[in-house]
Write a protein that binds this ligand. Structure first.
Ligand code: ADP
Length: 401
């Protein structure tokens, strides 16, 4: 009896959901492996033939089944949605595809699965013409880019990438550049105007010229602060690892209080410290300086004359907690979440007058979170605020945003 092989057509497999396919040149090798693997599952040796032939075939079938399992695993982990249609409708959808198109029963028609939008049209056009069709569509809240291409007669693979998150990040980046440029424009314009007037005033009105020089200096200081904050932000977002080491939190608080001594005196604020020995964390040292420095500076700047700032540090199990409490103007409940956003200020005028950039608290949160820590706020408008920072003692490696 002649040896025979029965190869079931892919369409017959649609119900079992075994079809596999990929589109795009980069996936060509995978696609062929997938299809070969598919055949392995359905190649059934029939009839006689020598024992060695049969065992060779069995070995080949096992190899191909292994290949198929590998391809299926790859498709399962792929961040792209992959859908395969045959003439009988939906034959396969990987997990990413099932998340976008949950209504997918085997055999579902393209239009029923993908909706009336361009996606189904792309699949039908690829099936009819054999051409690869690319479309961008919006499906609910998602921005999708899809590519439909024929992989065999009557079969179309649809590969979909979800652009929603990258578009959202692009929008955030664009807004950031706009905000940063706007913030830079104000002191730069001030410096230009003052420099022009100064040229005229320097001979005619030396007293006025001196006042202008003071304002010029204030604008230059503001500009320098903004540039420093922007550089801090860039450093916090850097992908390259920065060296974390054990740092004593009480020491950092003491040195930041000293650094801000002039401001504390100028604003007539009393500072109370409750700093234990041996409260240390593993952290990038400049990150901890940034956290402590910004919170302390805000507590002094947004205080009232004769007010207080109290800083306490304590070790709680595997974490160190620092609290900075002030008796200042406080933050209204509606603004309490927003003050951690970049460039957000409750009172723009007061922040600018105080030399603020609106970036300090966003940097603090960023620095704490990248070490596995967190920052919280309790505040009552008109009464004062408490910022609490919790950092794990053992730290966690700085994680670029
Ligand atoms: P800024 O450079 O303006 O101080 P921050 O990001 O440090 O920027 O703070 C954002 C805003 O939160 C400030 O403009 C201010 O309105 C408010 N704020 C921050 N800290 C305090 C505080 N201790 N008391 C009252 N308001 C505060």
């Amino acid at each position: 009896m002649p040896r025979a092989l029965v190869v079931l057509p892919l369409v017959a497999l649609a119900g079992a959901g075994i079809g596999l396919a990929l589109a795009g040149a980069a996936w060509a090798a995978l696609a062929s492996a997938a299809l070969v693997g598919l055949l392995a599952a359905v190649v059934v040796p029939f009839g006689g033939g020598g024992l060695s032939r049969r065992s060779a075939l069995r070995q080949r079938v096992e190899e191909l089944a292994g290949e198929r399992a590998r391809v299926e695993r790859l498709l399962d982990d792929l961040p792209l949605a992959v859908v395969l249609f045959t003439e009988g409708g939906l034959a396969y959808a990987n997990p990413a595809a099932r998340a976008i198109f949950p209504a997918g029963e085997p055999g579902t028609a393209p239009r029923d699965l993908l909706g009336g939008d361009g996606l189904a049209d792309a699949v039908l056009e690829a099936a009819e013409t054999g051409r690869t069709v690319e479309v961008d569509v919006t499906l609910g809240a998602r921005d999708l880019r899809a590519r439909a291409s024929q992989t065999a007669a009557g079969e179309v693979a649809l590969v979909v990438s979800d652009l929603t998150e990258s578009r959202r990040l692009d929008a955030i980046r664009r807004a950031f550049v706009t905000n940063a440029s706007h913030e830079l424009k104000t002191p730069v314009a001030g410096i230009q105007a003052l420099a022009d007037s100064l040229t005229l005033a320097v001979d005619r009105d030396p007293e006025r010229a001196r006042r202008m020089l003071d304002r010029l200096r204030t604008e230059a200081v503001r500009l320098a602060q903004l540039v420093r904050d922007l550089l801090d932000l860039a450093r916090l977002e850097e992908a390259t690892a920065q060296r974390a080491r054990r740092v004593d939190v009480s020491d950092v608080v003491r040195s930041q209080v000293e650094r801000l001594g002039g401001l504390v005196e100028e604003r007539d604020v009393a500072v109370g410290l409750d700093l234990p020995e041996g409260a240390s964390v593993i952290v990038v040292p400049s990150d901890l300086r940034l956290i402590v420095g910004n919170l302390l500076e805000n507590a002094v700047l947004y205080n009232r004359a004769g007010g207080r700032v109290d800083v306490s540090v304590r070790r709680d199990g595997g974490a160190v907690t620092m609290e900075v409490t002030d008796t200042g103007i406080g933050i209204p409940a509606a603004d309490q979440d927003r003050v951690f956003e970049r460039f957000y200020r409750v009172d723009k005028g007061r922040s600018r007058a105080a030399g603020g950039t609106g970036l300090g608290l966003s940097l603090v949160r960023h620095a704490a979170e990248r070490h596995g820590g967190r920052v919280t706020l309790r505040s009552a408008a008109g009464r004062g605020s408490t910022f609490t920072v919790v950092l794990p003692v053992e730290g966690s490696p700085p994680d670029p945003a």
